[in-house]
Design a protein around this ligand. Structure first.
Ligand code: HAM
Length: 530
């Protein structure tokens, strides 16, 4: 059978997780579950409902929403062409007529991307093909008359695919705000009572240079508020919700930075001013910032380069250039945060790396993360839904980097007690040591009943001597060993050994359950009933 899997001549190959991706294993996954469970609980108390969108979408969705010039879209997306099955492929010489006809049909239904490149290619092919056909005379196959150089060109265009996109361009999602907006539009959620509050959790993909806290597949827990008004209380409540969540997890060293980056009225003027000021000091800036003077001057403010810090400190600040409405909105957001007891720091350099933001932006850092210390980022994005073909809609949200959140929780001492070790990872409640066929049947039934009552049970699959079984129970960190042999089964009295002190007692089946439940309640008072 093994021959079927690996051919004789082939050496067995060792596979590894792809760079920038990793396996999450127990016991760590218990902490992930605890974090996610806490998010479900906290977000529900703020009236948010869970959403699950696909992990891949049309590449163009992200290009439009996040911005074609951003690092995320221009360098970091995993994009591939989802090839059509329906197109004759590759058109063997002579099949071009069928190919063209089919391509036109598919473009009409948008199954073949109706992008300018494809339209142009089909038009050109049609022209050449028609020309070739005209050359045909009665009785001859028209194709024989098509000039061979022309055929060559057709061949290059179609078979070598150098001018056609034979399928949709699809990207693994680098973030989920764009997907949520797409879903909002697609499901007509503007018809629901506004605003609509949604949250999500799941993997995102960015082709970044991997390092501590930065992965190519990473996880986000995010929330978005769509529709309704742009009342500053909405901004403040969204921020309050993340802070409540972090508080519940006892995340250490939490620092909230906020800023306003203005809107369509005031930001362009500020960006021009910034560009003009940056041009004056261009020679003193590094190559990245020099390039950004042209592409996106705001991102220069993000620079961590030591040599640029002095220069950046002298640049004009957006807070001084907000229009009246944006300034009032920003002031009100701050007031609303204060009313909620949320402590913040204003950071005029906080501009964020995605294009859709306007007005409120925020970022949260936590301890123990080194250079990748942003554990949450978010902001307001009125207009994004409209940009994606929906009605004018307000929007604000955030995404938490779950990997970083977990790292920070693991590194802070207070989280040691809350390290999320669920019973299944800490050990087992009960290890069932059984010997003999009759005892095996009883053991299977006992395991079923104990598990039903919520206990974690290890039932060895094969018979073991009691000594070995008890050793195994110890290794797994079991609290109790339930010993079932012939005697126990005939008497209906089961032996329960407490592994911590070695004490043993004989119990009937119902008494065993009562005893274990009572002991569990003693250890965890929250389980005590009445
Ligand atoms: P973002 O700032 O790009 O915003 O990402 C949010 C968080 O995801 C970051 O603060 C970080 O914790 C985490 N993160 C980003 N890239 C990586 C990576 N390569 N490895 C590990 N963690 C990472 C957004 O994604 C926006 N969609 C947030 C948002 C929602 N704004 C409004 N609504």
């Amino acid at each position: 059978m093994s021959e079927g899997i690996a051919k004789k001549e082939e050496k067995p190959r060792k596979f590894q997780a792809i760079r920038g991706t990793r396996d999450l294993l127990p016991p760590e996954t218990a902490l992930w579950n605890r974090v996610e469970q806490t998010a479900h609980e906290v977000f529900a108390t703020f009236g948010f409902g869970e959403t699950r969108t696909p992990i891949f979408e049309q590449a163009d969705l992200f290009a439009r929403a996040v911005g074609g010039e951003t690092d995320i879209v221009s360098k970091e997306m995993y994009t591939f062409v989802d090839r059509l099955e329906k197109l004759p492929d590759p058109p063997t010489l002579g099949d071009y007529g069928a190919f063209i006809e089919q391509a036109e049909k598919l473009m009409a239904t948008e199954e073949l991307p109706a992008v300018p490149g494809n339209r142009l290619a089909i038009e050109r092919m049609k022209r050449i093909w028609d020309q070739g056909n005209v050359l045909g005379t009665a009785g001859e196959s028209p194709i024989e008359k098509v000039d061979s150089a022309v055929l060559e060109e057709l061949y290059k265009m179609v078979v070598l695919k150098d001018s056609m996109e034979l399928g949709q361009s699809i990207s693994l999602r680098p973030e989920a705000t764009a997907s949520i907006c797409r879903a909002y539009i697609e499901h007509g959620m503007q018809q629901l009572s506004q605003p609509v509050k949604l949250y999500y959790m799941g993997p995102m993909f960015r082709r970044e240079r991997p390092q501590k806290g930065r992965y190519r597949q990473f996880y986000q827990i995010g929330a978005e508020v769509l529709g309704g008004s742009d009342a500053p209380a909405i901004d403040a409540e969204v921020i309050e919700m993340v802070m409540t969540f972090f508080d519940r997890l006892e995340l250490q060293g939490v620092q909230l930075d906020i800023n306003s980056i203005g809107d369509r009225n005031c930001r362009p003027k500020y960006v021009e001013l910034l560009r003009a000021e940056l041009l004056k000091v261009k020679d003193k800036l590094g190559p990245d910032s020099q390039r950004r003077i042209e592409t996106n001057p705001l991102r220069v403010l993000d620079s961590k380069l030591e040599s640029e810090q002095g220069i950046i400190a002298t640049l004009p600040r957006i807070a001084d250039h907000l229009c009246e409405e944006c300034a009032a909105h920003y002031a009100a957001v701050k007031h609303q945060l204060e009313m909620r007891g949320v402590i913040y720091r204003e950071n005029w350099r906080l501009v964020r790396g995605l294009d859709y933001y306007m007005r409120t932006t925020f970022e949260i850092t936590a301890q123990g993360l080194g250079s990748q210390n942003a554990v949450c980022g978010g902001g307001r994005y009125d207009g994004l839904v409209e940009l994606l073909g929906g009605p004018p809609t307000k929007g604000i949200g955030f995404a938490i980097g779950e990997d970083r959140l977990i790292l920070s929780l693991q590194e802070s001492t207070s989280s040691l007690s809350a390290s999320g070790k669920a019973p299944a990872q800490q050990g087992r409640d009960v290890y069932i040591a059984w010997m003999g066929e009759r005892a095996h049947a009883t053991a299977i039934r006992a395991a079923k009943d104990l598990r039903k009552a919520g206990f974690s049970v290890e039932l060895p699959p094969v018979e073991q001597k009691f000594g070995k079984a008890l050793g195994q129970a110890d290794k797994l960190g079991a609290k109790y060993a339930l010993i079932l042999g012939d005697n126990e089964v005939s008497e209906g009295l089961w032996t329960l050994k407490t592994l911590a002190d070695g004490s043993q007692q004989k119990l009937t089946e119902p008494d065993l359950l009562t005893f274990l439940k009572r002991e569990k309640a003693k250890a965890d008072p929250s389980l005590r009933s009445g």
